[in-house]
Design a protein around this ligand. Sequence first.
Ligand code: T4K
Length: 370
Amino acid sequence: MEKQEKPILVTRSSMPSFEEFTEMIRPIWDSAWLTNMGEYHQELERQLKEYMKTDNLVLFVNGHMALEMVIQAMELTGEVITTPFTFASTTHAIVRNGLTPVFCDIDPVNYTMDPDKIEALITDKTSAIIPVHVYGNFCDVERIEQIAKKHNLKVIYDAAHTFGAEYKGKSAAAYGDASIYSFHATKVFNTIEGGAVAFGEPWMGHRLNCLKNFGIVDQEHVVWVGGNAKMNEFQAAMGICNLRHVDGEIEKRRHVAERYLEHLEGVKGLKLPSYDNPDWKPNYAYFPVVFDGFVAGRDLVWDYLASHKIYSRKYFYPLTNEFQCYQGRFSGEQTPVAKYVADRVLTLPMYADLAMEDVDRICGLLKEIK
Ligand code: T4K
């Protein structure tokens, strides 16, 4: 009988052992304190500040609400320059704050916002730039800072993919006026669902903490039109457990990335991630491959792998400026490089526990495509 192939998905959550987590959540039963900035919430916040080397960090229920609320906290107005080569969250957070996204094209090498194209998009309505460190690749933070200073704009980085990565010895939290992280189940570090804002100016901490709790300052004073975006104690407990193991998980991801490169370097028509930059400590969050001049187009490759139960993903296709909900307002034609990449990219399976023999099989399948 033919051996049944097990499905391989694009990622698989990193988890502590069952025993480690259940031991961790026992005190939650004893105290019956489940949410609203409990002890684990405070402890995880403290540990993350240390890990990310930042003084200012506020936890959120997820990365998306972190972004929506930091935009609200900064009282941005008018237009925000951003990238369409991202997950839905980045653009939706801008629009849901009543602001207009203005789409900047991306750099064809690392897929982040092209700093040469930002200034032409600035108008008297522009209040901020929201770039994305996509796949954990750092944006050109120096050039973006220069431009923002010159035009008096705020910078909020969508650093959802960046946990554990560093640029010039600093985490993403060190760059821009603020950065948001996602701790979703699919990320390098997860709290099941979760997120955080790291920020430069300490006054923002009070405002963000109020905004995520309905704008309540105390029992008799509600000062902002906030929402509910608090991380609960179970999420924080998962975070504390996962944080103990995250460096080892990133190391395992590095081995996976290196194995992919061993197999795929030199194959015609594949643009692979490059980890050459000595200023960058990567976190191997994703393994994006651009199929450009390969024997088959991206969609055919996706189908072929799927026929073998290997489920890669077209992150990030379609571009957000091509989403149905934005039809007639924005267009991918304004960002041709992003469109070119989005039409050709696949992120291959990448997670700490991906077996080397599975990487070998995925690469073998890719190479047999005619
Ligand atoms: N900004 C950027 C740039 C982002 O990429 C994201 C999120 C955000 C902001 C917002 O952050 P959050 O609010 O989400 O914290 C997934 C994630 O749900 C999303 O967090 C992530 N980006 C995005 C890139 O990927 P989907 O719709 O592709 O997820 P789904 O359910 O198809 O899962 C993908 C694969 O992950 C599955 O095939 C298997 C694996 N998986 C999934 C889940 C839910 C697990 O192993 N465990 C799980 O629990 O969006």
